[in-house]
Design a protein around this ligand. Sequence first.
Ligand code: DON
Length: 582
Amino acid sequence: MSMATPPRIASNQMIRLLDAGLRYSATFAVLLIVFVWNTVTLAADPVRAERGMVVSASEIASEVGAEVLRDGGNAVDAAVATAFALAVTHPAAGNIGGGGFLVFRSADGEVVCYDFREMAPAAASPTMFLTEGKYDYGKHHNSHLSVGVPGTVDGLHLAWKDHGCLRWRRLIEPAIALARDGFEVSPGLAESLSGVLESMKTYPASMAQFSNEGRPYAAGEILKQPDLAKTLERIASQGPSGFYDGITARLIEAEMQAHGGMITRDDLKHYAAIRRQPVRGTYRGYDIISMPPPSSGGTALIEMLNILEGYDLRESGSGSAATVHHIAEAMRRAYADRAQYLGDPDFNPEMPIARLISKDYAKILHGTINNDRASVSTPTSFDWGYESDETTHFSVVDAERNAVSLTYTLENSYGSKIVVAGGGFLLNNEMGDFNAAPDLTTAEGLIGTPPNLAQPRKRMLSSMTPTIVAKDGKLFMVTGSPGGRTIINTVLLTIINAIDFGMNAQEAVDAGRFHHQWLPDRIVYERFSLSPETINLLQAKGHSLKESRRQGVAEIIIFDAANDRIEGGIDRRQQDGGAGIQ
Ligand code: DON
C-alpha cells in the first residue's frame, strides 16, 4: 500500500498536471491559431520588387509597362507604354480620346507635371449647354457637344520627349498588337461591356467595336479593334500629328460635323499639352507633390493634409469616430474652397492657391473645427453637379527610383460612348466637367460660378490627383485614383494610411474609405468600413451618413527605403488590376 499510494498520488498529480498542461496547450494552440488567423486575414502582403514596377487597373497593361522597364526603359517610357495599352485593354477609361495628368519625380528629386487635360473647342461658350434658355443635361454630358479636344496623345508625347529613353514607336507597338491581334476578354471586361452596350446603340461605330456582332462579348472571347490599331499605327509613325492632323483629325472632324459637334481640325491643331510646376506641401515631414489647376486635386489634398497635421491621428486611431470626424471636417472645408476658387489657371489668374495650401490658412480652418460637433455646410452660392465614377490611375517606379503618377480619363465610363467612325477610339465627355451655365447654381446640384464656365480653348476643372510623396529627399509613395470628386479624398486616405497608420501598400489600398465633399452635407462611407459604434458616435456629433458600395480604385506603390525595394498595392475594388514587375 505504502508503496502503491505514492505512485497513485504521483499519477493523480501527473494526470492533473498533464490535464492542466493539455488545457494550457489547447488554449495556447487556440490563441496561436487566432493570432495566425488574424495576421493572415488582417494584414495583407503587397507585391514586392527589387527593381521596377507598374501597378495599373489592367494586368495586361501593367505587364506591357514592366516589359518596357526590362527592355531598359525608364518610368516615363513605361508609363507611356502602359497608357497606350490601357487604351486598348481598359476601354472604359484608358484612352487616346480623353485627357489627364502626369506627375513625374526623378530619382534625384526633379519634379514636373504634364497637363494634358481636354480643352473646349473654339466655338464653346458659357451658355452652350442651354436649349431655349433651359439647362440641357444631355447636351452637357451625353452628346457630341460634351466632347472636349483630347489631350492624351500630346501629353504622353511631351513627357516622353522630355524624359523617355526608348524609341516612341517601341512604346506604342504593344498597344498596336493588342488592338490588331486582340486579347482575351476578362470576366470584368465582359461585365463592363455588357453594361454599356445599351447606351452605345445609337452609335454604329461604337457597337461595331465593342459588341460581338450585336451581342455582348463573353469572357474568354477575343476582342480585336482593327481601326484603333490603325490609328495607333499613325501615332507610332507620325507622333502627335498622327492624331491631331491628317487622317485621324479628318475622321474626328467628320464625326463632329455629322452629329452637331463643335470640334474642328483647327481645334485639334491648337491642342497643346502643358508642363506645369506641381503644387507642393509637407505633411509630418513628408513632401507632397501633386497636380496644380486645372486639377483641383493637389490644392485640396494639401489643404486637407495641412489641417490634419493639427491632430494626432495615430493616437485617435484608424476608423475611430474622432479620426473620421476630423478628416471629414477637413474634407468639408477643402471642397468648399475648391468650388469657390478653382478653375483653369489660364483663365483664372487670381486663384489664391498659395493661400489655400499655406499652413497659416490651415491653422485658421483648424480653429473652426469643433471636436464634438459636425459643422454645417450651407449652399452659399454653390453646390456640386453629378460626376461619374470612371477614370483610371496607375503608378510606375523604375530601378533608379524615378517615379510617375498618372491619372487619365474619358470622364464617364466609356466617355461619350462615341467611337470615331473609322478611327476606332472613344471620345470623352469631359465638357460635362464645366459648370452648367452662368448663375445656374441650384440646390439640386448644378453650379454656375464663373471660374469653371465653358469658354473657347479653356480646360475644365478636374479632381484628378496623381501624387508623389517623398521623404528626406527619397521617393516614398506614388498614389492616385479614379472616382470623380471622391478622388481627392481617396488619395488623402491612402497617404494617411501609409504615414499615420504605418500601413504597407496593400493595406493602405484595402482600408475602408469615406468621403465628404461639402455639399451634400454628409459622410459617404464604404460598406463595412465604419463600425456600427463609430457610426453612432459620428451621428451623435451631428453627422449624417450614407453607405456606398465602393470608393475609387487606388493603384499605389510605396518605396521601402530601408530594404531598398518597392511594394505595390492593387485595388481589388475593380477586377483586372495587377502589377508588372521588372
Ligand atoms: O476630371 C475629373 O475630375 C473627372 N472627369 C474624373 C472622372 C472620374 O474620375 C470618373 N471616375 N472614376
